[in-house]
Design a protein around this ligand. Structure first.
Ligand code: IMO
Ligand code: MG
Length: 440
């Protein structure tokens, strides 16, 4: 990948999240002027490793770790001020500059304490069979209130303290009634305490609150290059994912336009990020899941535990049916394959190229979660490689089987794989000339 040649670019996860988007954004930021988070909230967990230091970012764009980048949290993000403030403090303690380089949209919606309560109450009352397995960060209830409008609050609502207190009191009263009617043992919300906490946080965060849409348009007009940092993954997209086992935002490239406020024609490149295998956290169908020694081995080798919740991730082989679907949804122009090192030492590695159900084989991605849950993956099996963690600095130096795996993936997916990651560090990154086998 020739980073310096990319125009305005979106980095999009093509699986169920946790693909390694943080590392890619971090590698790209030195070539961009502005980094934008446009969807999701603190349910995201983007890990960036710089030397011996590891940073887990939830709400802040990963560009915050590069001195040169301007970072915007756009209207489409749902902002939890408590988490945001904690994240800023944590970075400052580690001598990362957070000042004028960070702006939060006044149009963004606020995640309120009752959203987190509602998320947890709804999940626990649904029980193991019915729950979505959310991150409990209040994301779904916040987006639901945003769509409902009358029970939502935005960052700009904090400007008028008196009105904010009134709105908090009204909404808290409504939520208290709702929780008492629906859930046993729900705590009561203290509206005054909530309003006080939020107004204090707003005072602290005031220097960062701005009209990010205006800033973004001005920077684009001035010739700045913009990187849009996707959160979650395409299979978790509210419209196109494995509904209802999805998140509540648009995770595909189209989400950039609605979330950040830019035209579809602005995007020059869409960089898709996939892991060399698949993972999923929470409930929902996962055709290539290996609920066995293979899955356990992938989890341990890849440290597949949630950055946001610490939950063990479900692991399985690469699902090319889902990935092809995601590539089309976002118009992916090039691919980064992450965690190739994790697949080392397996005797053989597998790629799911189709789904089978009874006598039917299909390559399209099913709409229904129950149908997806009932399909059998059709696997193509390739030889594995014995090298545990390859310490190489070019793609050509990888074991031949590892190269063949990537080349085969590229043919199956039909998009050039221009970057392969073999470890979390910035240096463990192998670039490939664009389009090597893609047109074969
Ligand atoms: P990043 O940006 C992985 C999953 C949750 C759950 C479903 C709904 O790190 O890739 P939510 O709390 O959003 O209502 O949960 O979506 N999920 C993620 N999984 N990575 C993420 O973000 C995720 N964000 C949400 O586990 O299954
Ligand atoms: Mg995550």
């Amino acid at each position: 990948m020739d980073f310096s040649q990319l125009g305005h670019t979106a980095v999009i996860g093509l699986q169920w999240g946790d693909e390694g988007k943080g590392k890619i954004v971090d590698l790209l930021t030195q070539h961009f002027d502005v980094v934008v988070r446009y969807a999701g909230g603190a349910n995201a967990g983007h890990t960036v490793k710089i030397g011996d230091e590891s940073y887990a970012l939830h709400l802040l764009p990963s560009g915050i770790l590069r001195k040169s980048a301007r970072n915007l949290v756009a209207p489409g993000v749902v902002v939890d001020l408590e988490i945001l403030s904690g994240e800023i403090d944590g970075l400052r303690k580690r001598n990362i500059h957070v000042g004028d380089n960070l702006k939060i949209s006044e149009r963004a919606h606020l995640v309120m304490p009752w959203h987190k309560m509602q998320d947890k109450l709804a999940e626990s009352s649904a029980g193991d069979a019915g729950k979505i397995g959310t991150t409990a960060k209040g994301i779904g209830p916040c987006y639901a209130d945003k769509m409902l409008r009358t029970t939502a609050l935005r960052v700009c609502d904090l400007e008028d303290a008196k009105r904010f207190r009134e709105r908090v009191a009204d909404i808290a009263k409504f939520k208290n009634q709702m929780f008492a009617a629906l859930y046993q043992g729900a705590d009561s919300i203290d509206a005054d305490a909530v309003a006080n906490d939020y107004l204090a946080l707003a005072e602290k965060l005031k220097p960062h609150i701005a009209d990010t849409t205006q800033i973004l348009h001005e920077r684009i007009d001035a010739g700045d290059r913009v990187l849009f940092e996707g959160a979650q993954g395409s299979m978790l997209d509210i419209n196109h994912g494995t509904y209802p086992y999805v998140t509540s935002s648009a995770c595909i490239a189209g989400g950039v336009c609605v979330g950040a406020g830019v035209a579809p024609s602005l995007l020059n490149s869409v960089v898709g990020v996939v892991k060399a295998y698949s993972t999923r956290v929470g409930s929902g169908p996962f055709p290539t899941e290996q609920n066995n020694d293979i899955g356990n081995r992938i989890r341990e080798r890849g440290h597949e535990y949630g950055t946001t919740t610490g939950r063990p991730r479900r692991c399985g082989w690469f699902d090319a049916v889902a990935a092809r679907h995601a590539i089309r949804l976002s118009g992916v122009t090039e691919l980064c394959v992450m965690h190739l090192d994790t697949l080392g030492t397996f005797d053989e590695v597998r790629i799911c190229t189709a789904y089978r159900r009874g006598n039917d084989t299909f390559k399209a991605f099913p709409s229904r979660a129950d149908v997806l849950a009932s399909v059998e993956p059709v696997f193509e099996t390739l030889p594995g490689w014995s090298v545990d963690r390859p310490e190489v600095d070019s793609f050509e130096q990888l074991p031949v089987e590892a190269r063949s795996y990537i080349e085969r993936l590229e043919v199956i997916l039909g998009v050039p794989i221009t970057l392969v990651s073999i470890g979390p560090e910035r240096t463990a990154t192998l670039h490939r000339a664009a389009g090597v086998g893609a047109s074969v």
